[in-house]
Ligand binder design. Sequence first.
Ligand code: 1HE
Length: 270
Amino acid sequence: MTHAFHPATGLLASLGLLAIEIAEPIAHVKLNRPAKRNAVNDALVLQLQTAFINLPAAVKAVVLSGAGEHFCAGLDLSELSDRSVAEGVLHSRTWHAVMDSIQFGRVPVVVVLHGAVVGGGLEIASSCHLRVAEASAYYGLPEGQRGIFVGGGGSARVPRLVGVATMTDMMLTGRVLDAQEGYQRGLSQYLVADGAGFAKACELAERIAGNAPLSNFAVMQALPRIADLSQSDGLFVESLMAAIAQGDDAAKERVRAFLEKRAAKVEKKP
Ligand code: 1HE
């Protein structure tokens, strides 16, 4: 079923800075402020949160992208100068909550990156579970040049993808990584030709949506937390998560299907 707005979530209909289309089991959420290069103002960041916490139950994966020539120019700088220190802290904490609603939401998110993926745009991208970059994508953290610091979770998430040294370089020197460098350093997991990102992301999202829900839950919720634990604590959590996942009916049926030769084998790509 394809519809612009899900009947169960009329709320999504009022998110004017986002274009949302649902073709079950995939929701396509698009940053839709191309005249401002999808710069993220307060309204847009809150609309993102509303969208991600109100995904209809039939949605099993999300594709996130940006309208126009760029994925996202980061924080809307026009709103920054009016903020006091106290408001700045709260603003950053709001971004943290919104990025958490993406990373630790209900379903995996595949993001399509093209053109500028800078500042807060990179923070949004690093909150997603898979990144598909088109050849035009480039990555920057101009906060260093603007006299500010990352505030949307970048200091925690970007080094987990590329390491502290690369992020330090990007912030201190303004170094911009092109799509190829970003791919080699782990900023994107896929690199495709210009214009091919959405189709690739949809293909991946379809595959993800076909997994048992508890497997996707474990990957999204347990993996990043285990990575933050000591090895011993991580292995303990892994045991609990593994037992919960394999106890589910969906897991039992999938294992039975393989043993009865009804399921696909693991195959190398042709
Ligand atoms: C903006 C913003 C923005 C564009 N805030 N208005 N981010 C940055 O420092 C990146 C700033 N932006 C750029 O470097 C360039 O705009 C781009 C490389 C992304 C795109 O260039 P281009 O030539 O395609 O577009 P443009 O002509 O620069 O911009 C078009 C319009 O968007 C223009 O407004 P107009 O009224 O003159 O048409 C720009 O002012 C506007 N625009 N980017 C506000 N960012 C949670 S903390 C995160 C901290 C950060 O993200 S800091 C990094 C901020």
